[in-house]
Design a protein around this ligand. Sequence first.
Ligand code: PLP
Length: 404
Amino acid sequence: MGTMIYLDNNATTPVDPEVLDAMMPYFREHFGNASSKQHPIGWKAEDAAERSRKVIAEAIGAQPGEIVFTSGATEANNLAIRGVAFRYRRKGNHIITAAAEHKAVLTVCEVLAKEGFEVSVLDVDTNGRVDPAEVRRNIRHDTILATLMFANNEIGTINDIGAIGNVCREAGVIFHTDATQALGKVPIDVDALKIDIASFSAHKLYGPKGCGALYVRKKEIPVEITPIIVGGGQERGMRAGTLNVPGIVGMAKAVEISLRRMNEEQERIRSLRDLLYDLLSEEVEHMRVNGHPEHRLAGTLNMTFRYVDAAALMSRVRNVAMSSSSACTSGTPGASHVLRAIGLTEEEAKASIRFSIGRFNTEEEIRVAASAIIDAVKKIRAHSPAYLMMESSRDKSIEPSNDH
Ligand SMILES: Cc1ncc(COP(=O)(O)O)c(C=O)c1O
């Protein structure tokens, strides 16, 4: 396979060596079950889980008792949305979400719609943002939940979470946010942003796969959720099952490292992303950036290369790992629902690539990747009848070279 340049950090990230070091003892010497209350081997595991819970809670301005550990963000989203829907069903059955959400939110809402709930799917603007005023307009007397993501995994757009939180709080609607892509990259304060429930996943911030968390508000206006997984009553009855102690310890370490380095690390990542964009735009015409120009994750660059099929481009550039739509939905055919939601045609969506830059990328990698991509775009276009026709007919005096 040769050396791969990994520019797919929104799909998943490698485990940070410091995280792995922190986890290792909990596979071997401290292997206990955190629910075993009768002996020190259990106490040790419980102690580690509780210390980790505190670290994760503090990172988002929450209390340890407001954190529920899950197997990842898919489970956290399921628990949040189904959990609120069934707990508050007597109060109302209307749920608000938006078209650019992750499938782990949209599919849960679709299933609930089949189970008798009413779901309003809001449009997003051409940058991928939800308008808080639109949230307000859609709230009805029977609205129980708004589930709107913090940062988009495909285009990196960051929603105005504070404004959405205000709208929901004023209307007495529970606000859940899928903050999977935001944790460790942008500051999150659940009180300041009036978030009631939030989903997180360790593997997006250099932690292990198979571990995530759900924040569920207890302070001021407590939120209750009906559990999905029942059994031994762990996690205060909200999520049964033996705790994944090594995963939890790893998640806490990953959160701690990302928070400690956030400003400096995100600045470095942003400059690599800008370098990638600059290198591409120097050589490639007819391309545009998808996502918000400012309110966007530092490492995300989603680009449409007109007259280029993204799948063909990826098969030519074998040494760069990138993504043509979200990894979680790339098993399903068709153009990305996020790109369609921001107004791209099916053809434009299929000409789009997501580059997501992370902690372990270097400037050298960005330069090598950029030149491989430029080369592939030029070669593909040289065989594209549509491109050649456009080139031969375009009036150079009026056609702008780049449309970003
Ligand atoms: C925004 C968002 N939500 C949810 C998920 C699912 O997370 P997990 O892999 O932890 O189930 C992802 C991962 O792709 C994501 O990016």
